[in-house]
Design a protein around this ligand. Structure first.
Ligand code: PDD
Length: 283
């Protein structure tokens, strides 16, 4: 059975789906996207991703192609049609297609693409998670990192470097030497005094949905929490480090720039937060 994609109002076999030559997400990176995880056939943190989608579109003055309920219905249909119990949904909204010009045509219509990926292994998320090794590198992105834009070149370049070095993720570092976030995840440390730290929300980072849920769940654990910037040196000397993202949940970081973090295994606080998150996500 082929996997289906949803493209501008139509369901079609994924391998036949196409975007126009002059789609602005392709030509200019002029689009936004969201990624949801599907657990037991349901979208994890569904409404928070929709809220961020609407906010990103608003900041770029791209109209929602349809209302939230209709969008949610198309996603649900695709999940059912593609028989996804555990997997991911990728949704992209481009400003649309018009003759290539920095100024879009006045009557441009946004283009909506949705596809899914089947990931049965997510069902086993409760088994021991993969220990992650990361590197750090300069944050070369623009000043509006709070918008989930499809322009991801600096993220891609640094992530390729991490991969070449046998690492899973890279943390981006601002001009002052402070970590902003991962190339596709939020960055966290646990200090030797057991304080959980992640960078505060400004235009410097994407407001991670998983970050937000973990922050809320922290009220169920008795850990001290601080939203502040931390340096690469502080991270390398932390008791624990981890990332959060829709697809990684709470992922333990055991090595930063070749320096072992804590005991080189998933830390105690990370384990508690990961378990809380997975339970809340229905995993
Ligand atoms: N990445 N920071 C960046 C730069 C991201 O791209 C992401 C998500 C996050 C975490 O956000 P959330 O918890 O809402 O997934 C933080 C997605 C998963 C991706 O690009 O595939």
């Amino acid at each position: 059975m082929p996997s289906y994609a949803f493209v501008d109002g139509q369901y079609m076999p994924r391998h036949l789906a196409q975007l126009p030559l002059e789609d602005r997400a392709t030509n200019f990176g002029d689009g936004i996207y969201e990624v949801w995880v599907v657990a037991q056939g349901k979208l994890v943190d569904e409404q928070k991703h929709f809220a961020r989608l609407e906010r990103s579109l608003g900041e770029l003055q791209i109209p929602m192609p349809m209302g939230r309920p209709a969008l949610a219905q198309h996603i649900q249909r695709l999940i059912r049609r593609n028989n996804i119990r555990f997997g991911t949904v990728y949704l992209q909204i481009s400003r649309g297609a018009s003759k290539r010009d920095h100024v879009p045509a006045a009557d441009i219509v946004p283009s909506l693409t949705i596809f899914t990926n089947n990931k049965p292994a997510l069902a086993d998320a409760r088994l021991s998670p993969k220990p992650l090794k990361i590197i750090t590198g300069p944050d070369l992105r623009w000043a509006r990192r709070d918008i989930k834009s499809t322009s991801l070149l600096p993220n891609v370049m640094l992530r390729m470097e991490a991969h070449q070095q046998g690492c899973h993720e890279a943390w981006m570092v601002d001009d002052q030497g402070f970590v902003t976030e991962g190339t596709s995840s939020s960055s966290w440390i646990v200090t030797p005094e057991k304080v959980v730290v992640t960078r505060a929300l400004t235009n410097d980072i994407l407001p991670g949905v998983t970050r937000d849920t973990v922050r809320e769940l922290m009220s169920q654990s008795n850990h001290k929490f601080e939203e502040r910037a931390f340096s690469v040196e502080e991270a390398e000397q932390a008791a624990e480090a981890f990332i959060t993202s829709a697809t990684n949940f709470v992922g333990p970081v055991v090595e930063i720039n070749g320096v072992t973090i804590g005991h080189g295994q998933i830390g105690e606080v990370t384990t508690i937060l990961r378990d809380l998150y997975l339970r809340a996500a229905g995993l």
